[in-house]
Design a protein around this ligand. Structure first.
Ligand code: BGC
Ligand code: CA
Length: 291
């Protein structure tokens, strides 16, 4: 059982309506995250507390680094390459053709630098969403269909398994992933989390191969062994809508957790802020996109 400390609200940062998708960039000591319903991409440089905010239009749902220091950002139905300093759009990398009530949601770069990004029904009811791969130089491919709220994505260290969450199923699906081709080759198993409160949302993976999964509505992050589904740790967060997490800090042992408000914007508690906690285990770094 990994012993984590108590999560604390991080710095003096903006509150998000729907804070999501934290990523850590070690070269600049900076945490990035999005506020999907506040239309903002935020950053926080840990060494000096510098906060940056860029606005690139409605529904920025996920941000990932590329190899040149720019950001790949998914917005409603597009994947953009963005200048992190001023938010200007350098290139439209892909556009999806989806119902108007859909939008992009979580994304991640696979170990080969492709972007894998899912979509969701904004009414959170119908399985009209999909998961896409954007290959550098080759455009867009759909790798999964019939998902309702495409959410957490992570890979095993060797890239042979992809972990995937469609939130209303309340489970994590372990998929066989062909890293050379960037395709999913079948379901290995499902890990059922329906006995826990809320629904699984964003996730990351630590250096021991365990998943850290935020429970939206459950106010916690679970540490789960994907081999046998055992829950080996829990971080209780004093905010109900925990959305996602990532490892960072100088030794990669700090877990940053994003949260959302209940969307009324009338909240008085710490929900909508980013929390940090010493996880007691080292994380892994996100792969960069090769765009
Ligand atoms: C989505 C939210 C959704 C939540 C729980 C998030 O990733 O952006 O709209 O309510 O997951 O499923
Ligand atoms: Ca999410």
């Amino acid at each position: 059982m990994v012993q984590a400390s108590r999560p604390m609200v991080l710095g003096n940062l903006p509150r998000s309506v729907l804070g999501e998708g934290p990523i850590w960039l070690p070269e600049s000591n900076t945490l990035y995250w999005v506020d999907i319903l506040g239309d903002r991409v935020h950053s926080y440089r840990l060494i000096d507390g510098h906060v940056g905010t860029i606005n690139i239009g409605p529904y920025p749902s996920c941000v990932m680094p590329n190899e040149d220091g720019n950001l790949v950002v998914t917005v409603k139905d597009r994947v953009l390459l963005v200048n992190p300093h001023n938010g200007s759009v350098l290139r439209v990398l892909a556009t999806v053709n989806e119902p108007p009530s859909n939008r992009f949601n979580d994304c991640k770069c696979d170990p080969e630098g492709r972007l894998v990004a899912g979509t969701m029904d904004m009414n959170e009811k119908n399985p009209t969403g999909s998961v896409y791969v954007v290959d550098p130089g080759f455009g867009l491919r759909k790798i999964m269909g019939s998902v309702t709220i495409s959410n957490g994505i992570a890979w095993s260290q060797d890239g042979s398994s992809m972990y995937y969450i469609d939130s209303p199923t309340r489970r994590v699906t372990v998929l066989r992933y062909n890293r050379r081709e960037g395709v999913v080759e079948g379901v290995i198993k499902h890990i059922d989390l329906s006995s826990y409160p809320g629904v699984p949302d964003g996730m990351t993976i630590d250096s021991e191969g365990y998943l850290w999964i935020a429970l939206y509505g459950g106010g916690k992050v679970l540490r789960v062994n994907p081999v046998d589904g055992e829950v080996t740790g829990q971080v209780e967060v004093p905010a109900q809508y925990t959305t996602s997490c990532t490892f960072g800090g100088s030794s990669l042992t700090t877990l940053f957790i994003t949260t959302a408000t209940d969307r009324s914007r009338q909240t008085t508690g710490p929900d909508g802020y980013v929390f940090s906690v010493e996880a007691g285990v080292r994380g892994t770094m996100v792969s960069k996109c090769r765009f």
